[in-house]
Design a protein around this ligand. Structure first.
Ligand SMILES: *Cc1c(COP(=O)(O)O)cnc(C)c1O
Length: 376
């Protein structure tokens, strides 16, 4: 190979915008099996036995065929589950894929020559900080402008009055709102979100990845607001991260736009099969959500009794700030004890650790290790 030839340097073949990109950093998926894994908000319980059986039943010679390109059966099932029409729903290879499609469909790349407020808004992806760290990456890939606005110091949502002071752009082409919030775990009321959505002029995606662990969700808002899209996933609450199934619910015209730009076979067949079966076992999942919420309550109480500052969580993780030691020290010590959590080295959150709610047994070990670390 003569990669030295000046006229064909691989680096120069890459679009400048892509050359400069940083990839999204997912939580570590360690090879070691003796680790207690509390770092990526996976569900500690297996998916419904019915979902597993459905995958087994489908794993035969039919794997040679392409899957249903429109996910018709799954969309019909979800439509009846959420009391809407199949035209309101698009399925993605995880909701991450749909968040990326939305950025491509609704946001213009940055044009340096743009000057009018309206042109600038059309090129803008907007979100709160801290929230899901994928959003800035999606904006950068699209070459769009980013408008990041800080949540309040307790991670609550600023009201419309406060947003006006904070440079929030109600006309931004695309706004992402993680609700309940990640990584803080804080929940927002439908009433709060309704007020914000009513003021928004551009597409507004309520990323409800953790809604099943919350006391309320804002699904109803898509019916009242044609510019509001609800994002959900089977990865966390349905224990199906391996299968990569997420979906959007929204106005048929917005959904159809996303449908036009997706890959023809974007959703794998076993994933479709598993998701349909999971939706037929709501009893199983209702118990599972309750059990995670109850472990969340006990974990929060334990940490508070040890002097930790814990954000009231509406998700399957807790966000906690330790006394005395830094969050990084706590993270490193837990890691030495083979317990993996998530620490984000960014200004607004580096004093906290995000700890996924694992099984009761996992959490007992986590609390015991934490007691040891802070007794030293
Ligand atoms: C996990 C997560 C997603 C992505 O879920 P997938 O469906 O697995 O792609 C999206 N948004 C938030 C806030 C998440 O935490």
């Amino acid at each position: 190979m003569t990669a030295k030839r000046k006229d064909c340097s691989p680096e120069k073949m890459i679009r400048p915008i892509v050359r400069r990109l940083n990839a999204y950093i997912p939580g570590e998926q360690p090879k070691a099996h003796d680790l207690i894994k509390l770092n990526t908000n996976e569900n500690p319980s297996p998916p419904s036995p019915k979902a597993i059986q459905a995958i087994r039943n489908a794993a035969d010679g039919r794997l040679r065929l392409y899957p249903d390109p429109t996910c018709q059966a799954l969309r019909a099932k979800l439509a009846s589950f959420h009391d809407c029409r199949p035209e309101n729903i698009i399925i993605g290879n995880g909701s991450d894929e749909l968040l990326a499609l939305a950025t491509r469909a609704f946001v213009e790349p940055r044009q340096p020559s743009a000057t009018s407020q309206q042109q600038l808004a059309k090129q803008t992806v907007q979100y709160f900080t801290p929230s899901y760290s994928l959003y800035p990456i999606l904006a950068n890939i699209q070459g769009a402008r980013r408008n990041e606005v800080k949540l309040l110091s307790n991670f609550d949502l600023p009201d419309n009055e406060e947003l006006r002071k904070k440079n929030w752009n109600l006309k931004a082409a695309l706004t992402f709102i993680t609700t309940p919030n990640a990584p803080s775990g804080r929940g927002y009321t439908t009433q709060q979100l309704a007020k914000l959505c009513a003021a928004q002029k551009g597409v507004t995606i309520l990323d409800e990845a953790y809604a099943d662990f919350a006391s309320e969700n804002a699904l109803s808002l898509f019916k009242q607001n044609p510019h509001v899209i609800i994002s959900r996933t089977f990865s966390k609450s349905y224990s199906l991260g391996f299968q990569r199934i997420g979906y959007f619910i929204g106005h048929p015209i917005l959904i159809a736009a996303l449908d036009r730009i997706r890959d023809s076979y974007n959703v794998n067949g076993l994933g479709q099969t598993a998701a349909i079966a999971a939706l037929k076992d709501t009893n199983y999942y209702r118990k599972l959500f309750e059990s995670i919420k109850s472990t969340r309550t006990s974990t929060t109480a334990e940490l508070k009794s040890l002097g930790f500052d814990v954000i009231q969580s509406q998700t399957n993780f807790v966000f906690a700030k330790p006394p005395r030691l830094t969050a990084k020290d706590w993270f490193d010590s837990l890691r030495n004890d083979k317990i993996l959590t998530r620490w984000f080295d960014t200004p607004l959150v580096r004093e906290y650790l995000r700890i996924t709610i694992g099984s009761q047994n996992d959490m007992a070990k986590f609390i015991a290790a934490t007691r040891r670390i802070f007794r030293r």
